[in-house]
Write a protein that binds this ligand. Sequence first.
Ligand code: CP3
Length: 345
Amino acid sequence: MMKNDCRLLKACRGEEVDCTPVWFMRQAGRYMQEYRKLREKYTLVEICTNPELAKEVTLQPIRRFDLDAAIIFSDILLPLTSMGVSFEFAQGEGPVIHRPVRSPEDAEKLHLGDPEKDLAFVFEAIRLVRTELDPKIALIGFAGAPFTIASYVIEGGYSRNFLHTKLLMYTYPDAWRRLMETICEVMTRYLAGQIEAGAQAIQLFDSWVGCLEPEDYRRCVMPYSRKIFERLKEHSIPLIHFGTGTATLLELMKEAGGTVIGVDWRISLKEAWHRLGNETPLQGNLDPVALLAPRNYLEEKVDQVLEQGDGHPGHIFNLGHGILPQTPTENVEAVVQWVHAKTKR
Ligand code: CP3
């Protein structure tokens, strides 16, 4: 089979498919027993930086469920190493950046490392996965978008109000620009390396961009995300532009770039298509919490998403955000099976 016959890649291009493709953000992770078992022996960073282990974890959900895509197992923060930003994943707290950037002087200290060399372990993991993966299953590479990465670098971790990020953006526009440009350069080269290693689609995660008003997005964020998409265009592969809480930013996100737009459950697919045009492929948008709900509620919610996707060749079924650690695997299995069976053309 030609790699372009793959269901997910077809849907990303808006072509006819035999049924709707499905994959889940964070499909490899703590909700899976085989992942938790491996985590008893290795830290998250150890798994990500060891190509053999990263390959294994990437393939764990593929072995268990009939998914249409694998996403390379890594984390959006790993490229920070290439900028001289040190961090750790603290037990139960999520990511912690050791010395957050709070001033123009701090921003000056970020440097452009050598992403091709510093992140070679990811490229190697991609090569390993691609040799074992069924050609019918697409391999997705990813990176964090400049705003979401900047928010971690500046806040030092996850934030509720993004106060430091916004204040740096408002108070020191030059430092903000330099910071965003450095991130942009690292991510572009990181993604190009993933594509060269065998990633067949790319997802840019702008998970926290929904905290911005549209005008700030247009002025301070869009130019950098756009630059990444522009520079990746030459590779002619699907580029998925994802964010959460982006109902008011959708048109601008499409303008920034990406051939597929990822939306969360806070907006209906119907409205998103109405706003972006029916020909725009969309990815989404089941609430991850629905996967923990009683079966009848879950099925109703899946039907609702599928109904809205009906008639759009460019629908990729996914969650609106990452799968939660408490998710029962039987429900994941059921949803994959429903999506394929209920959309058979
Ligand atoms: O299967 C996949 O989707 C690939 C793996 C993947 C991870 N992180 C592994 C991971 C992906 C695509 C990411 C992206 C990521 N990382 C994002 C963007 C997507 C999103 O969820 O918005 C963000 C914001 C991060 C930053 C991050 N990494 C946070 C906030 C956390 C802690 C939160 C939590 O769930 O504990 C991480 C840790 C992390 N990255 C885990 C995994 C599987 C937790 C698991 C562990 O400790 O073993």
